[in-house]
Design a protein around this ligand. Sequence first.
Ligand code: NAG
Ligand code: NAG
Ligand code: NAG
Length: 482
Amino acid sequence: MLFALLLFVPAIFAASAADWRSRSIYQIMTDRFATTEESGGSCGDLDNYCGGTWKGIENKLSYIQEMGFTAIWISPINQNIDQSTFAGNGYHGYWPNNFDALNSHFGSSDDLKSLVSEAHARGMYVMLDVVVNHMAYPADENAVDYSQLQPFNSVKYYHEYCPLTLYSTQTQIEQCWLEGTIVSLADLRFEDTDVAGPLKQWAQNAISTYGFDGLRIDAAKHVSKEFLSSYRASVDVFTIGEVYSADIDYLASYQRYLDSNHDFATQQLVILGAFAFSGADMSAAMSKISQIQAAFPDPSLMNTFSENHDMYRFASINSDVNANKNETFFSDGIPTIFYGQEQSFTGNNAPSNRQVLWTSGYSTSAPLYSFIATCNQLRNYLAYADSSHLTTDMKLLKADKHDSAIQKKNLLLVLTNSGSTAASTTFSFESEFSQGTTLVEVVACNEITVGYNGSVTVSMQNGLPRIFVNKSAIRGSGICSN
Ligand SMILES: *[C@@H]1O[C@H](CO)[C@@H](O)[C@H](O)[C@H]1NC(C)=O
Ligand SMILES: *[C@@H]1O[C@H](CO)[C@@H](O)[C@H](O)[C@H]1NC(C)=O
Ligand SMILES: CC(=O)N[C@H]1CO[C@H](CO)[C@@H](O)[C@@H]1O
């Protein structure tokens, strides 16, 4: 069935926000995903380099593409602090000390070009993670040797040291230094042209040299909105910002400066609220959806996710694999899965949530691998067949403590947080489909007919979601032989 995806691949050049809207993104931590030889030892120390490379990613693009993903997001590419004596190297990419050099652990410039061109040949976009807030030095703030940082090699390029302790004060958030535990994160004076200029120039060069289709801006909350907006204008590619906040209005305000932001509101209030915590109240969580839709300038461009490199893995909060099959894919935003999520990786705080994939015994027959593939296939098709699908907001039809029904145009999701061991129950509601419409249930491929005034009744069992789609809307897709 997956062959169908390849037919819908548009040509790649200067991807716009509208082009990104229909994508789904696989987030990779470059050091942890794949080695060049596609094998490699176990990683003794998750605080240090484990051996993943750009070549490794390139060699494993099929694993990602066969799950239906149409974009990847890779770790920052710059040289990071790296000392053999130092427990805590920048394997993750967020501790840059030289913007003029690539991170040689990940490979060569040619390897990176080759990864991007192979992704493009497959019709996949590549999003680059960029650091603009700070440079890193492996000592405390009094001992930073600025001459070692390139190109910002003088104290004049940095905000005067103050520890960021008051998260309620925007000036502190932007101008004080992030706590770097064992390293100093020297906070760049993004408001000065001799800092902002080179940062923009660097990004423009990276985009033109390697062909990246979008940027993910690390710690976007910690630079100013003015900087974000002029940076966005100068790079002229789609941008997703990391504005770590589940405050709906605060988060939404940033979408006026960047195309998109990670949707921490949906992640924490809706997804974790409905599915992750014991005693979760589906109805209370789902009631946030309309609030979120009203606040965001464009919910369809927000970035929906449930795990990332800084958060607890979902499976470490709720190990029930069926609870993990929920609405992430069919929210209004662009869905993103963090590498290993398809293998039900556990792990809470970093670095335990950043395990290596190659020693994990991963398999393409893992239950979430095929579930994600099905969800991607359906979303890719609906986006291709009907451009208004993605921009039609989800509508909550009904919710109680454990079950909910949500319609997004031709798609109907019936979700439960009751878990795998729950007894079978019946859930009835009125949909917006007209009486007599045939709905196909993906995965199982059975059909139901909508009753009087849109009514639908489904039985919920084993804590599994049920995903239905208007049969006429998938004609010719190959989905469930339609
Ligand atoms: C089902 O899909 C078809 C094709 O997109 C559409 O014409 C029809 O209106 C849809 N039916 C309902 C009830 O939404
Ligand atoms: C039909 O459905 C709509 C929407 O759910 C509801 O407001 C209305 O009361 C229903 N009418 C009847 C006759 O059931
Ligand atoms: C298949 C899928 O998208 N499952 C997601 C459901 O939501 C949780 C977070 O609440 C994710 O971790 C799952 O991957």
